[in-house]
Design a protein around this ligand. Structure first.
Ligand code: NAP
Length: 474
């Protein structure tokens, strides 16, 4: 059944939009519509920012303890809706349900962590005759993508609430459902009105309005580098703080003495999860020439062992791409790789075996890739790995750094100490060392054209803080 969402969440209540029409949400596995979501317009943007501005007067003056209590209420209410959100995300962007419960929805735990960090706002530093205090940056404008839609929401909303900011958010128009559930949660706990406001509709219509709005003090955007660069320019006229979390083309250096089976398996599974639509995925695998053939055999075996198919099947590892549009983009890159002389180890442009429709792409691995090829330079955002041979570690580091991006990277070496030495030479905001795990208490963000902000952990709070110095009489 196609569910219709006819209201926006503004100033603590569900309101009929001034905007007209609906955006259809499509299940990429079945290509069938699953929801119709109303479109906001400029008048709705003004209403939402006016509500956030008014709410800021009181929310910014609440104590850290009060805000922590509100965030904990949100956390508990979200815990109760986790399955709804896992299902909504799986249906709208194709992440297999068993994976969705973990990689899409476990981020809810971060509410608890940011509730603790609210106290950070009341820390003061004395410097001679001055006291340095922390204050919230103000009204925030949030724009998020479709690949980990709830994770993107939580990474912005939780620290902003903890800091005492109020906000207006617009999520990607192909994945608005978890945001609507989140607004129901906000309503159910009675969060003060206007603190959190949700708009739905197209970025092409709402984006410019949200990033130039006179009532927005800060813009936090996660998405493509092209849109991020545009946002940075557009928000310059009103000198907003801009936090950008953008694209990546992350290198993964495997050394001569690494345990090859474990290292290659880690790399392949890392890229294939969420159908390669992970900004930090290790899409360039750098392997010593002496172990290249061996690594190719392992990569092929691992990729071909992953179950691709129906996202509602509990045992599926990889579902479809999030949309047919994204499938077309990825297929074009695979064609480009072949045209440039890279060779397929596995995968390709055809639908996976046994699948006759939907936005599916085969787990694809290219060998004989040169780092100057388009497939090694541009973000494909699909289940495609470029295996690049190298001769010396210096050359591997040069290849790793030969990218406009600097979001993430990986190293697997014979020892953690050796891997850390290599990791410190790679110009990226993060590095996965010898199979290390994602950490919600560690900052995530990019160097170079991957962005300028940090999310998660203590550093994720810093983005939402203004620093004030009070000069006291001697
Ligand atoms: P996108 O096309 O840039 O869209 C992201 C968001 O921007 C969506 O909400 C979109 O709305 C909106 N938007 C579209 N046009 C806009 C405009 N002119 N002004 C303002 N906002 C506008 O990116 P995407 O393809 O959805 O997301 C994938 C990208 O996100 C990849 O490059 C990935 O690497 C990056 N990403 C980065 C991180 C990180 O932490 N660094 C994390 C996840 C993803 P509509 O959906 O309505 O078009």
């Amino acid at each position: 059944m196609v569910k219709k969402y006819e209201k926006l969440f503004i100033n603590g209540e569900w309101v009929t939009p001034h905007g007209t029409g609906f955006t259809t949400v499509v299940n990429p596995a079945t290509e069938q519509p699953i929801a119709e979501v109303c479109n906001a317009d400029a008048t709705d943007v003004d209403r939402a920012f006016a509500a956030a501005r008014e709410a800021f007067k009181t929310w910014s003056q609440t104590s850290a303890k009060e805000r922590a209590e509100w965030i904990m209420k949100l956390y508990h209410a979200m815990e109760a809706r986790k399955e709804d959100m896992a299902q909504a995300i799986s249906a709208s962007m194709g992440c297999p349900i068993a994976k969705s419960r973990i990689i899409q929805v476990n981020c809810v735990v971060a509410f608890k962590k940011f509730a603790d960090r609210a106290a950070f706002m009341e820390e003061e530093t004395k410097v001679n005759n001055s006291v340095i205090v922390r204050e919230p940056v103000g009204v925030c404008s949030f724009i998020t993508p479709w690949n980990y839609p709830l994770y993107q929401l939580v990474g912005k909303v939780a620290p902003a609430l903890a800091a005492g900011c109020t906000m207006v958010i617009k999520e990607a128009s192909i994945t608005p459902l978890q945001g609507l559930i989140f607004a129901e949660v906000v309503e159910s706990i009675g969060l003060p009105k206007g603190v959190f406001n949700l708009l739905t509709g197209k970025g092409s219509v709402l984006g410019d309005l949200m990033v130039t709005h006179p009532e927005a003090d800060m813009v936090s955007f996660t998405g493509s580098t092209a849109t991020g660069a545009r946002i940075q320019k557009m928000s310059a006229d009103t000198v907003k703080r801009v936090c950008l979390e953008l694209g990546g083309k992350s290198p993964y250096i495997i050394t001569e003495d690494a345990p090859l089976e474990a290292a290659v398996k880690f790399g392949v599974e890392d890229v294939m999860i969420n159908s390669g639509q992970t900004c930090i995925c290790l899409s360039r695998m750098l392997v010593p020439a002496s172990r290249y053939e061996e690594a190719v055999v392992i990569a092929k075996r691992v990729a071909e062992s992953l179950k691709v198919g129906d996202p509602t099947d509990e045992s599926t590892y990889m579902g479809p791409m999030s949309s047919m549009g994204q499938r077309n983009t990825v297929v074009k890159y695979i064609e480009k790789g072949l045209a440039e002389g890279a060779k397929l180890v596995t995968g390709g442009v055809e639908l996976p075996e046994g699948i006759t429709g939907g936005a599916y792409v085969r787990p694809t691995i290219f060998r004989d890739v040169h780092n100057k090829m388009t497939i090694a330079q541009e973000e494909i955002f699909g289940p495609v790995i470029c295996m690049i041979p190298y001769s010396t570690l210096d050359e591997a580091v040069d290849i790793a750094n030969d990218s406009i991006y600097g979001l993430s990277s990986g190293v697997w070496a014979g020892s953690v100490a050796d891997a850390v030495k290599i990791a410190r030479r790679i110009r990226t905001g993060g590095c996965y060392v010898n199979g290390g795990d994602f950490n919600y208490d560690a900052p995530l963000g990019g160097y170079k054209q991957s962005g300028n902000g940090r999310e998660w952990g203590d550093f994720g709070m810093h983005e939402f803080i203004e620093i004030k110095s009070l000069q006291l009489p001697g």
